[in-house]
Ligand binder design. Structure first.
Ligand SMILES: [Zn+2]
Length: 106
C-alpha cells in the first residue's frame, strides 16, 4: 500500500512537470517571448557596440556611426582676429566702435 502511494505520488509529480513544461512552451510561443528575447539580445549587442565606440576610434573609416561634429569654442578662438584697443587696451574686433570704451578705430 505504501509503495503504491509512493508510485502514484512520483507519477503525479512527473506528469505535473511535463504539463508545466508543455504549458510553458505554449505560453512562450503565444506571447512571443522567444522573439522578444532575441530582439532584446540584438538590442543589447548593438548598444554595447555603440557604447564601445570611442571618439577617434575608426571614425574616419566607419561613416555609419560618425558622431556629430561639435565645435567647442576655446579662449584662443574668442581672441582670434582681435586687436587691443588703442584707448583702453581691451581686446576688440578691428574696425568699428570699441564695446569697452566706445572709441572708434579703423
Ligand atoms: Zn577701447
Amino acid at each position: 500500500m505504501v509503495e503504491n502511494t509512493m508510485a502514484t505520488l512520483i507519477i503525479t509529480i512527473v506528469v505535473l512537470v511535463v504539463i508545466f513544461l508543455l504549458l510553458r512552451e505554449v505560453m512562450c510561443w503565444y506571447y512571443k517571448i522567444n522573439d522578444i528575447k532575441s530582439l532584446l539580445e540584438q538590442i543589447v549587442l548593438k548598444l554595447n557596440a555603440l557604447s564601445s565606440y570611442k571618439v577617434g576610434n575608426d571614425i574616419e573609416t566607419d561613416t555609419r556611426m560618425k558622431p556629430m561634429e561639435v565645435k567647442v569654442e576655446t579662449s584662443s578662438d574668442k581672441t582670434e582676429g582681435m586687436i587691443p584697443c588703442k584707448s583702453c587696451g581691451e581686446m576688440r574686433k578691428p574696425g568699428g566702435m570699441c564695446p569697452n570704451c566706445g572709441s572708434w578705430q579703423t
